[in-house]
Design a protein around this ligand. Sequence first.
Ligand code: MG
Length: 166
Amino acid sequence: MALSKTVQTALNDQIGREFYSAYLYLSMSAYCGSRNLPGFAHWMMLQAKEEAGHAMKIYGFIEDRSGRVMLQAIDKPPSDFKSPLELVTKVRQHEEMVTEELNKLYALAASEHDYATQIFLEWFLTEQVEEEKSSSQLVERVKMVGDNQGALLLIDRELGARSAAS
Ligand code: MG
């Protein structure tokens, strides 16, 4: 069954959101690097790569369904943040927004009786549970740091140890 135009458009929009996510994390990585937080920068860079991977997964799915990939404009991400806490809070907000959009996409696929797209999207919805969990943990931990720069450096070291797989 070919993709309906509505589902195809929604999937193309999601490609744009995933690339925007990659762009946002890349911008955050640059900011963290400039603030001498190499661990945060590393973590954000891995996020950026993951997000570009998500975009490509959808790209491949559209092609597998004989649909047409049509790339949309990507917004300019913020490049300045007041503090590491503001930055990680934005990460959490962003991931919550992505979950909402994926939920809408899933509901759309359901209303169009597009079961293959629903099954495809399940991987993304599961991934969002992980993204929301890790970003919430990050916010809570950076909150605990307060003005303690030493504690911030400890978190930085830990984030620096993240491997590409997780
Ligand atoms: Mg994603």
